[in-house]
Design a protein around this ligand. Structure first.
Ligand code: F6R
Length: 245
């Protein structure tokens, strides 16, 4: 696990956007998986800007959405689906057939999970997974206590996720479950970047890096991946011991 610290959110986001662009330049049919949320928002904007400026062709890329709120329709602007489509996918012009987002309205959610696992496996795995971190240490919707060997699954969301999750929605929604890629997918990805910015993430970043790996703090799994990078701004790094930095 590598740790990279950037001056601020702008510098962090620009570097992650460059990682995406480099991946696609080197492997035009790459499989890219991303989280939605506040953290990767600027990365999405900058990826779109840089891809236009440098004429990067995303037409052969496969995109995998990390997770989704069960029962929230894709037209809801708080859904992960809406986020990906409106902040990234439409602008990058990735063909619809190569975009794989969980259908959280499906009557058979287990089938959605099997479908996603099959797609990832048929594509030869994820080349680059970009994740955020929740205030309870979750990655995607892999909540505290989840086993590390799961692939896609449905999960009862942690009270903290339910409470913080309200920030994404303009009007009240009934949230209770999530559908998510599992941590086995993370371990099987060729490279994983965990991004975090701001003071409020400093403690979870410290726990991710400095505490013992444990299912009760899912992000600690990053320590076990050989090609994992924690990319954070100075604010999110401020609780790290000097020797960790
Ligand atoms: C969202 C996701 C979540 C978020 C995490 C941090 O698709 O997978 O795990 O990455 O909750 O959210 P933000 O970035 O909004 O602080």
């Amino acid at each position: 696990m590598q740790i990279k610290i950037y001056k601020d959110y702008q510098a962090l986001s620009a570097t992650v956007a460059d990682e995406i662009i480099e991946l696609v330049k080197n492997k035009p049919d790459a499989v890219l998986c991303m989280a939605s949320g506040s953290t990767p928002l600027l990365t999405c904007t900058l990826t779109v800007e840089k891809s236009v400026k440098n004429n990067i062709d995303f037409s052969r890329v496969t995109f995998i959405g990390l997770d989704e709120w069960v029962g929230v329709p894709p037209q809801n602007d708080g859904s992960c689906h809406w986020f990906f489509q409106n902040h990234l996918l439409q602008a990058l012009k990735i063909p619809a057939a190569q975009i794989h987002l969980f259908d959280a309205m499906a009557s058979n959610l287990n089938e959605e999970c099997s479908k996603m696992d099959k797609i990832i496996s048929e594509k030869g795995g994820i080349d680059l997974m970009i994740v955020g971190i929740g205030m309870n240490g979750h990655i995607g919707f892999n909540e505290p206590g989840i086993s590390f060997d799961k692939r896609s699954h449905i999960i009862n969301l942690d009270p903290m996720t339910l409470s913080i999750g309200k920030k994404y929605f303009n009007s009240p929604v009934a949230l209770s479950k999530g559908i998510t890629l599992g941590l086995q997918h993370l371990m099987e990805s060729k490279k994983v970047i965990l991004m975090a910015n701001g003071n409020k993430k400093a403690d979870v970043i410290r726990r991710t890096i400095e505490e013992t790996v444990h299912t009760y703090f899912p992000a600690s799994i990053m320590q076990m991946h050989l090609q994992s990078v924690i990319m954070i701004d100075e604010e999110a790094a401020f609780k790290l011991k000097d020797e960790t930095k």
